[in-house]
Design a protein around this ligand. Sequence first.
Ligand code: PBG
Length: 342
Amino acid sequence: NKFTPPRQATARTVDEITGSRRLRRMRKADWSRRLVQENRLTVDDLIWPIFVMEGENRREEIAAMPGVFRITADLAAIEAERAARLGIPAIATFPNVDIQRRDETGSHILDADNLINRTTRAIKAAAPEVGVITDVALDPFTSHGHDGILRDGIIVNDETVAQVAAAAVLQAQAGADIIAPSDMMDGRIGAIRDQLDAAGYQDVAIMSYATKFASAFYGPYREAIGTQGLLKGDKKTYYLDHANSDEAVREAEQDLAEGADMLMVKPGLPYLDIICRLKDEFRMPTFAYQVSGEYAMIAAAARNGWIDGDKAMLESLLAFKRAGCDGILTYFAPKVAEMLKG
Ligand code: PBG
């Protein structure tokens, strides 16, 4: 069973095989590798997702996301100042809403003074130069953890859209720069655009979670916002089937037609093919969300000494740039920003 190379009349030299094109030439030194490097990660590529909770001057580590904390709005303002110092362009906020405020329809999302809106005000007062991206979806506010109004076991699309669009106006009023609907209801982008415009917020942008896949990688996030024990069933009737790629293009196309300014692909690393397709197809600002489970995998393996965590982090983030991303939502944002600075 010994390997025998294919027999040839005359064995060719490597120069004959390659036609003297030796691709290793440019890789041989650090300076030449730097010179031909095609993609770079900079602090301008980072969006920092943070988790907020009620209270004052408190932080709790999220068990499944070592190094990531749930913080109160006053501390979010301090983190925003840190983002400004580091040059991180934008923060995305996610609320852990008190359990007694959650109900069947997620009505607390329509409170102008809810946690998410108070956080936006606190951040904008502390660091007005940092962009604020608010996720608009019902799941942190519903008692069942779904992103929509649930009636007879069905997520009701149009009513959910009306509520999400109204909530988007309140978020804009609080000072959000970008509204990011993450619920995947049909027609939400157009409805949000209409409501924002009607309320005088023509300049507030929409980043669509255009292609959000039904995914196991959101697990730690659900611990972070406290929907873990609440969610019944799965989200397959509204999030995309992770087997599909053409459907993702149709979702993005539809969202752009309805008025989305930017597209997002979520999760990130398992979906680089989708990022690549959307960028090629639409040439629009395209973002990836390196989600909680992706963070947890890198952080956990690094803690065990199984991988070099910093290198894996940087490699994964650069992969997003290579795939065509203009930026990345990543829980690593402050860490990377500090590394890139130093
Ligand atoms: C839902 C929402 C999810 C995330 C952000 N908003 C998914 C979900 O809970 O189903 C996930 C973010 C992450 O995993 O980092 N509107």
